[in-house]
Design a protein around this ligand. Structure first.
Ligand SMILES: Cc1cc2nc3c(=O)[nH]c(=O)nc-3n(C[C@H](O)[C@H](O)[C@H](O)COP(=O)(O)OP(=O)(O)OC[C@H]3O[C@@H](n4cnc5c(N)ncnc54)[C@H](O)[C@@H]3O)c2cc1C
Length: 431
């Protein structure tokens, strides 16, 4: 039996492992944490929304976002620190915030997104945690505020993304959810979306892997990988002898740079950290709520509401900064009702793996038998299962399927490029 080692027990690594099992591999998962989902796969918003899964590198970021990066109450935040690597990353990132690059990225992601939900359906007989179908309700004070998101929808549809929605105004808008405050005067009701509980889902996926014979080795930090052509040797911090396998997949999320450097990967991945907390609600929440103007995503969870947001470019292991959660609280206070936001619990920070060019890195590396699956940014839950499915196909067949070619981890970035500040509607990307 062929042996595969997967490094990282987040949504992406687990999905890769599951699909390698489907193709007859004996799978070992190595995780530096004590449990699965210890990175960004735990407390995220859990939306499975391929139609909304657009690149983070919106053109408007250069004008509205990057300029406010150092304001600590901004939805996007970079603490001022001497970190040349981070500023280089941000410069690379900004160089991709052009209308042309954005459209190109959308086209590439559309291929992955088109199959994202069917990839969840493929897992569903084996994974005992449901995905829930529901609309997403995007709330605004008025129609004018909604223009940015409507502009974004036009772009998504022009890139072939399937998206159906209604625009509701006035009292009917506020009535769409008991969680909207009277300040909400316009709602975009985005049909046919799904969500899940990310912690429970990743644990159920891990249970399925175990039931099918996978070995989980926790608290094993991988420090080096070497492909000899005959085998892959995986070194961990605590062992003298390497673990040997036929193939290895590096799915280490926001920590990808550390191993990817030795694999010929030039596109940096940094942690775009997001925060979340769970709030009790007067009435049980039944639909996800999106507040695009403050970039906050809310998801029903265990009768309450998980409120998630912000993007903080900081080291993935830095401690939670309570100010960031306070910023979310302040920004949503006027927009939500019937929610006890002052006694939030399950406060969490997690590092989104953001690549400098806004696209995931999925495929073979320069080390024979070593593959990378990382850099999914804001949408690694949605795109995790399809990533696993396509990468397992590539590994098993020895041929990268066309859907994965745009995500070649060895691609080069065009650098330097002068950011073109396009006149563009202010897009309302989610958390
Ligand atoms: C606030 C917030 C909201 C979000 N909302 C959504 C959403 O609604 N929908 C969506 O699709 N996505 C969402 N995301 C993004 C999503 O959470 C991530 O894209 C996704 O979890 C990435 O999964 P991953 O497996 O690549 O990384 P991770 O889940 O971070 O897993 C990487 C794993 O690798 C391990 N690891 C790292 N280095 C090593 C090493 N050297 N050796 C061994 N193990 C190692 C880590 O401990 C970690 O467990 C959100 C993220 C945040 C922060």
């Amino acid at each position: 039996m062929k042996r595969a080692v997967v490094i990282g027990a987040g949504m992406v690594g687990l999905a890769c492992g599951w699909h390698l099992q489907e193709r007859g591999y004996e799978v070992t998962i190595l995780e530096r944490g004590a449990d699965v989902a210890e990175g960004s796969s735990w407390g995220n918003a859990g939306w499975l929304s391929p139609a909304l899964a657009i690149p983070l590198n919106e053109p408007s970021l250069v004008t509205s976002g990057l300029l406010s990066l150092v304001r600590s109450d901004s939805p996007l935040y970079v603490p001022l620190r001497l970190d040349p690597e981070l500023w280089r990353f941000l410069a690379l990132f900004a160089s991709q915030c052009t209308a042309g690059a954005f459209r190109e990225m959308m086209d590439k992601l559309a291929i992955l997104n088109a199959r994202a939900l069917e990839a969840f359906d493929a897992l569903s007989p084996a994974v005992e945690e449901p995905t829930v179908s529901a609309p997403i309700l995007a709330g605004f004070r008025d129609r004018r505020e909604a223009e940015g998101l409507l502009g974004e929808f036009e772009l998504i549809q022009s890139a072939g993304g399937e998206l159906h929605y209604d625009l509701i105004e006035g009292k009917a808008a506020q009535d769409r959810s008991p969680l909207f405050s009277p300040a909400i005067g316009c709602v975009i009701d985005i049909h046919d979306q799904r969500y899940l509980n990310p912690n429970r889902y990743t644990h159920a996926l891990a249970d399925s892997l175990r039931a099918r014979g996978a070995t989980f080795m926790m608290e094993k930090e991988v420090t080096q990988l070497r492909g000899t052509g005959r085998e892959v040797q995986v070194r961990t911090r605590d062992a003298v002898e390497p673990i040997r396998a036929d193939v290895a997949v590096v799915a280490t999320g926001a920590w990808a740079n550390r191993l990817a450097r030795g694999l010929g990967v030039r596109i940096p991945v940094r942690a775009g950290r997001g925060y979340s907390m769970i709030c009790d609600t007067q009435e049980p929440a039944t639909t996800p709520i999106y507040l695009p103007t403050v970039r906050v995503a809310c998801t029903p969870i265990d009768g309450g509401l998980r409120v998630a947001g912000t993007m903080e470019f900081r080291r993935p292991d830095d401690p939670l900064d309570p100010q960031r959660l306070e910023a979310i609280t302040r920004s949503t206070r006027d927009l939500l009702a019937g929610i006890d936001i002052d006694h939030a619990h399950d406060r969490w920070v997690g590092p989104r793996p953001v690549s400098a060019d806004g696209l995931p890195l999925i495929g073979p590396t320069t080390q024979p038998g070593v593959y990378l699956a990382a850099g999914h940014g804001m949408w690694g839950v949605t795109q995790g299962p399809i990533t696993g499915q396509l990468l397992a196909q590539a590994i098993d067949s020895g041929e990268v399927p066309p859907e994965l070619r745009p995500f070649d981890p060895l691609r080069a970035m065009q650098w330097p490029q002068v950011p073109r500040i396009a006149k563009w509607p202010r897009l309302g990307s989610k958390s």
